[in-house]
Design a protein around this ligand. Structure first.
Ligand code: AHR
Length: 343
C-alpha cells in the first residue's frame, strides 16, 4: 500500500514537471516568433521541433510569359537542389480564385511558409487573415498586394515596378528625341506590375510634354494578346501616326513587333519599342534592330525565396522588401549582354 502511494506520488510529480517543461517550451516558441515577424511563425515552431526540413507552398500565377516561365524554373530548380526544402507548387492558370484555393490547401496541410505571386493586388484579405490565424508566414514573390494589407504578409521579394516604368519612359524619350505619339500596351488589369509600371512611366512623362500616349490598352502580359491589340490599334485612327510602343513586358512587345511588321512598318526604326523584363528573345530582337530598349526585371527569385523561408525557420528577421538589382539595356550594351543572359 505504502509502495503504491509512493509510485503514485512519483507519477504526479513527474507529470507536473513535464507540464511545466512543455509550458515553458511553448512560451519560448511564441516569444521567438513574435519578435521575428508580425505573424507568430509556424516556421520558427518547426525549427524548434528540429525536423530540419522546411515545407513551402508556392502559388504561381500561371505561364503567361517567358519571364513567368523563368521564375517558375528558378523556384523549382532551387527547391530540387536543396534536400531540406519540400516545395508544394500550384499553378493558378491566371485565376485569383485558384490561388485562394491553393493557399487554403497549404493552410490545411500546415506548411511552414506560404509563398505567392498575387495575380492582382486586391481581394486577399480574407485568405491571408486565415494564414495569419494559422500562424503561417506569407512571402509575396514578384507582385505586391494593396498597401492597406501590409500587415498580412511577412516579406515581399521583387522589383520596384515604378522605377522600371520611369526607366522605360526615359529611354523612350531619348529614342524619340523628346517628341512623338506612342502606344502603351499594359499588363494584366489590376496587377501591381501593370499599375506601377504605368504610374512610373506617366510620372516621368510629365518631364516630356511633347510625347503623347495616344492609346493605352491591356495585352494581358502575353504575346498573342499583345499582337491582337497592336493589330487593332494600327488599324484605328490613332494608330496611323505613331512613333513608339511602350510594352509592360517583352512578350507583348514581341507580339507588337510582329503586328507592326505585318502592317508594313519597321519596328525599331519607324516605331521605337521599349519593353520590360529582359528575356533572351527580347535581347535577340535588340540585336536584330527591332527593339530599342529592354528594362530588366529579375525573375530568378528562387534562391532569395528559400533563403527568406530558411531565415524565418531559424527565427531570424527578414526585411519587409527584398529588392532585386536590375539594369537597363540599349543597343550595343544589350548585344554584349546576350551571351550571358540566364533567362
Ligand atoms: O509580375 C511580373 C510580370 O509578370 C512580368 O513582367 C511579366 O512578363 C509577367 O507575366
Amino acid at each position: 500500500m505504502v509502495q503504491r502511494k509512493r509510485i503514485m506520488g512519483a507519477l504526479v510529480t513527474a507529470s507536473v514537471i513535464m507540464t511545466l517543461v512543455a509550458g515553458c517550451g511553448a512560451k519560448t516558441t511564441e516569444t521567438t516568433a513574435a519578435s521575428t515577424a508580425p505573424q507568430a511563425t509556424k516556421a520558427a515552431e518547426a525549427a524548434k521541433a528540429g525536423d530540419g526540413k522546411i515545407t513551402v507552398g508556392f502559388s504561381q500565377i500561371g505561364a503567361e510569359s517567358g519571364w513567368r516561365g523563368a521564375e517558375t524554373q528558378s523556384i523549382q530548380d532551387t527547391a530540387k537542389a536543396d534536400p531540406t526544402i519540400d516545395l508544394k507548387f500550384s499553378d493558378a492558370q491566371q485565376k485569383q480564385e485558384n490561388q485562394i484555393k491553393a493557399i487554403r490547401s497549404f493552410i490545411a496541410q500546415k506548411v511552414d511558409v506560404i509563398a505567392m505571386a498575387p495575380v492582382v493586388e486586391t481581394g486577399w484579405e480574407a485568405v491571408l487573415k486565415e494564414a495569419k490565424d494559422a500562424k503561417i508566414p506569407v512571402i509575396l514573390v514578384d507582385r505586391g498586394i494593396d498597401k492597406k494589407n501590409e500587415d498580412l504578409y511577412t516579406s515581399f521579394i521583387g522589383s520596384d515596378f515604378i522605377v522600371e516604368g520611369q526607366n522605360a519612359a526615359k529611354a523612350m524619350a531619348q529614342h524619340l528625341g523628346d517628341k512623338g505619339n506612342i502606344v502603351e500596351l499594359e499588363g494584366t488589369v489590376g496587377a501591381s506590375a501593370a499599375t506601377d509600371r504605368k504610374k512610373g512611366f506617366d510620372d516621368e512623362m510629365k518631364n516630356h510634354p511633347n510625347i503623347k500616349i495616344v492609346k493605352s490598352q491591356s495585352g494581358d502580359f502575353n504575346r498573342a494578346t499583345g499582337k491582337q491589340v497592336m493589330e487593332a490599334i494600327l488599324k484605328s485612327p490613332e494608330g496611323k501616326d505613331i512613333q513608339g510602343v511602350y510594352a509592360h513586358n517583352d512578350d507583348m512587345a514581341l507580339g507588337a513587333i510582329q503586328a507592326i511588321e505585318e502592317a508594313g512598318k519597321k519596328p525599331g526604326t519607324d516605331v521605337k519599342i521599349v519593353s520590360i523584363d529582359g528575356i533572351k528573345e527580347a535581347f535577340e530582337a535588340v540585336k536584330a534592330g527591332k527593339l530599342n530598349t529592354v528594362v530588366e526585371c529579375n525573375p530568378l527569385l528562387g534562391p532569395q525565396l528559400f533563403q527568406a523561408a530558411k531565415d524565418l525557420k531559424a527565427g531570424k528577421q527578414v526585411p519587409k522588401w527584398i529588392k532585386s538589382n536590375e539594369d537597363v539595356f540599349t543597343g550595343q550594351k544589350a548585344i554584349d549582354a546576350l551571351p550571358n543572359r540566364k533567362y
